[in-house]
Design a protein around this ligand. Structure first.
Ligand code: ZN
Length: 203
């Protein structure tokens, strides 16, 4: 199982990090060891002093495919979810500055929170899903999938040009504005269209 992540897919988040607007999706991979087991606390790694949450809508791939056209992409997933792409922002900035890959800053152990899954068919329009993240019961990130630069099916088409998708792979579709730092004892929780899909304690 692999985790395919999209960066810079929401204009407001591109602006808050003063990044360049991409001309095609920014893609990176987290290894399967990045998944934080359910019900476990998240421990801030010792190599970061600026560990950020990024709430993201997730898609679980249900069958093998490559070179998938966007119009056929819906037949490759049934489940939609919500998670966090934890990012060591200070380390990422150092790596970006040197033109090096981001994996150490984004693919470390426990860096992927994967919440409960929902049947996509309960939603009228996957391109109009509200989601949010609370930190200590206050909303810190709010988004809607209609604000994605590339929508779910376009992302599947793009990433499957480079990576064969396999059953169980998970797509992280990018984060909206509001990313920020976590501290020990913080409590994060994520909601998608009114469904609470995960919570995690920070240590
Ligand atoms: Zn992200």
């Amino acid at each position: 199982m692999k985790i395919i992540c999209i960066g810079r897919n929401y204009t407001d988040h591109i602006n808050e990090l003063a990044n360049e607007r991409p001309t095609e999706p920014v893609v990176f991979i987290k290894p399967d060891s990045a998944v934080l087991p359910k019900e476990q606390d998240f421990y801030i790694p010792e190599f970061s002093n600026d560990l950020h949450y990024e709430v993201e809508v997730l898609v679980k791939i249900k069958k093998v495919g490559k070179h998938i056209e966007a119009k056929f992409a819906p037949s490759y997933y049934d489940e939609i979810g919500l998670g966090i792409d934890f990012t060591a922002r200070d380390l990422q900035a150092t790596l970006k500055g040197k033109g090096l890959p981001w994996e150490k800053a984004k693919g470390f152990d426990g860096s992927a929170i994967i919440g409960n899954w929902l049947d996509k068919n309960q939603f009228k329009d996957l391109n109009d899903l509200d989601f949010s993240l609370t930190k200590n019961d206050e909303i810190v990130q709010k988004g809607n999938t209609n604000l994605m630069l590339w929508k779910i099916d376009e992302l599947i088409a793009h990433v499957s040009t480079y990576f064969m998708l396999k059953k169980g792979d998970i797509l992280f579709t990018g984060t909206p504005a509001g990313v920020g730092k976590v501290e020990p004892n913080d409590y994060l929780a994520g909601e998608l269209q009114g469904h609470k899909l995960f919570s995690v304690k920070i240590k």
